[in-house]
Design a binder for this molecule. Structure first.
Ligand code: NAP
Ligand code: ZN
Length: 347
């Protein structure tokens, strides 16, 4: 076992503070990773504040992890000391299955071990990336293209894959009109990825404040949702809407922006059930769908695509001592466009 330095919430809704804990000794199929950067996902805030379900405490958040391999177990073949690697939202899957479901493992909720706020196969709590190192089975470690800036690459491990997976599943590409609702951590990755896939991309943001940024990120169009005219102008426009917002919004108004047979995919996770009128779906054979992160296989595909297209997240790099202030800014939609913790500040 090795002692890990970290930041944790010691109880629900508590601010994060310094914390130390033991990482398990590596098994022969494990990779030990010195963490360099850890992205700050809005899901970290939902979870340390118990907004979805009662969490496990102390809780060390962080599932957008990039680092370098410190050592590998005897049976590890894909990685060697010094490699740039990533870890996303889960560190094991199919724990009761004969064979691993490589395509949809993330949906086997009783079978995956989440990177933090979960329990490992041994029943012990998992601790995430706001820490100086992590021990992960080889099959759940991603190769990060070496030429990408590693701080900007960290958010690909959650924000990137969470938008990539639905964009690919619903065939975003040339000839498709795609709207991204909410230009935050997930949303700005959606713009970059949908644009690189060849889709016509519209950003729907609360105000005009982020318009210049959105166009620079690759959006073709930008509309403010605090202007009622937006919903009239864009009625029936989109093949695909990806909704990243977790606050209460008028779901029916957004569904009205879909073409016949269009789909709105929820990736944002509101605390409360969402009110949807049947007519919003029926009058247009529209679909309302959801999507959760992605498999390790498609996460690697996304990283390789980002490597080929030089796509990383736009980030604000912070010291871990500023994490509580960063959370407040995320809640106010005041981040351009992802906070990433420089783990060197922990040492
Ligand atoms: P974020 O950076 O806070 O972005 C959310 C964006 O939503 C904000 O930037 C803002 O964009 C918009 N927004 C905020 N409050 C709003 C309001 N009251 N009305 C309308 N729009 C509002 O968060 P994130 O890290 O991208 O995460 C977004 C959500 O996705 C969270 O619920 C998170 O837990 C969830 N998530 C889901 C998955 C998955 O697998 N499905 C994975 C990761 C995260 P504008 O300023 O442009 O309006
Ligand atoms: Zn996340």
């Amino acid at each position: 076992m090795t002692l890990a330095k970290a930041y944790a919430a010691l109880e629900p809704k508590a601010p994060l503070e310094p914390f130390t804990f033991e990482r398990r000794a590596p098994n022969e199929d494990d990779v030990v990773i010195d963490i360099l950067y850890s992205g700050v996902c809005h899901s970290d805030i939902h979870q340390v504040r118990d907004e979805w379900f009662p969490g496990i405490y102390p809780q060390v958040p962080g599932h957008e992890i990039v680092g370098r391999v410190r050592e590998v177990g005897a049976k590890v073949t894909k990685f060697k000391e010094g490699d740039a690697v990533g870890v996303g939202c889960f560190v094991d899957s199919c724990i009761h299955c004969q064979t691993r479901d490589v395509d949809t493992e993330q949906y086997r909720v009783d079978e995956i071990v989440v990177t933090y706020n979960g329990r490992d196969r041994d029943g012990l709590p998992t601790y995430g990336g706001y820490s100086d190192h992590i021990v992960v089975k080889e099959g759940y470690v991603l190769k990060v293209p070496e030429h990408l800036p590693l701080d900007g690459a960290a958010p690909l491990l959650c924000a990137g894959i969470t938008l990539w997976s639905p964009l690919k599943h619903w065939n975003a590409g040339p000839g498709k009109k795609v709207a991204i609702v909410g230009l935050g951590g997930l949303g700005h990755m959606g713009v970059k990825l949908a644009h690189a896939l060849g889709a016509e991309v519209t950003v729907l943001s609360q105000s005009l404040a982020k318009k210049d940024d959105a166009l620079a990120l690759g959006a073709d169009h930008y509309y403010a949702t605090n202007d009622a005219e937006t919903f009239k102008t864009l009625a029936g426009s989109f093949d695909l809407i990806i909704n990243t917002v977790s606050a209460p919004i008028d779901w029916n108004a957004y569904l009205g922006l879909l073409k016949i047979d269009g789909t709105m995919v929820l990736v944002g996770i509101p605390e409360n059930p969402i009110p949807v009128h049947a007519f919003s779906l029926i009058m247009g054979r529209r679909s309302l769908a959801g999507s959760s992160i992605g498999s390790i296989k498609e996460t690697q595909e996304m990283l390789d695509f980002c490597g080929a297209h030089n796509i990383v997240s736009d980030i604000e790099l912070i010291d871990i001592q500023n994490i509580n202030e960063a959370y407040e800014r995320v809640i106010k939609s005041d981040v351009r466009y992802r906070f990433v913790i420089d783990i060197a500040s922990l040492k």
